[in-house]
Design a binder for this molecule. Structure first.
Ligand code: RB5
Length: 145
């Protein structure tokens, strides 16, 4: 059975979202939470709704996009239980899994080229959380929210 991965964006990340969904759907069950066109939409609503699908376990993890990735990242990290990592390179994507157990990867649709974005996504998907002292630190974050 293919692993489920959610993907959601506003208009600023629409083109990259379409590219990533099509590139990944042979290997993963891609659950597309929109948006479905380049018409302007509000990222807090689209990304917030998609993050709720992670929190309700409809998908174990989510790729979230907007133009810069900043708005999507801020919106996602307001939600208790979401650990969203805005990544522009493979190293931070890897570390966001190993140390932060990020359940949302955020990308800037107007920042990244398609090849780099796909490499970042693959690294993020393929990397496991290390647990141990990092689990304790995630617990400390939870206590503060
Ligand atoms: C939309 O124009 C743009 O503001 C949005 O995609 C994002 O970059 C916000 O942080």
């Amino acid at each position: 059975m293919k692993e489920k991965i959610g993907i959601a964006t506003d208009h600023g990340g629409f083109a990259l979202k379409e590219f990533l969904r099509k590139s990944l759907e042979e290997t993963y069950e891609m659950v597309d939470y929109g948006t479905k066109s380049e018409e302007s939409v509000d990222y807090p609503t689209i990304i917030g709704d998609a993050c709720r699908k992670v929190l309700s376990n409809e998908v174990p993890r989510l790729i979230a996009l907007c133009g810069t990735g900043i708005g999507a990242s801020i919106a996602a990290n307001r939600m208790k239980g979401i650990r969203a990592a805005l990544c522009h390179d493979e190293f931070t994507a890897e570390m966001s899994r190993r140390h932060n157990n990020a359940n949302v990867l955020v990308l800037g649709g107007r920042v990244l080229g398609t090849d780099l974005a796909l490499r970042i996504v693959k690294k993020w998907i393929e990397t496991d959380f290390e647990g141990g002292r990092h689990q304790k630190r995630l617990g400390l974050i939870e206590e503060q929210s």
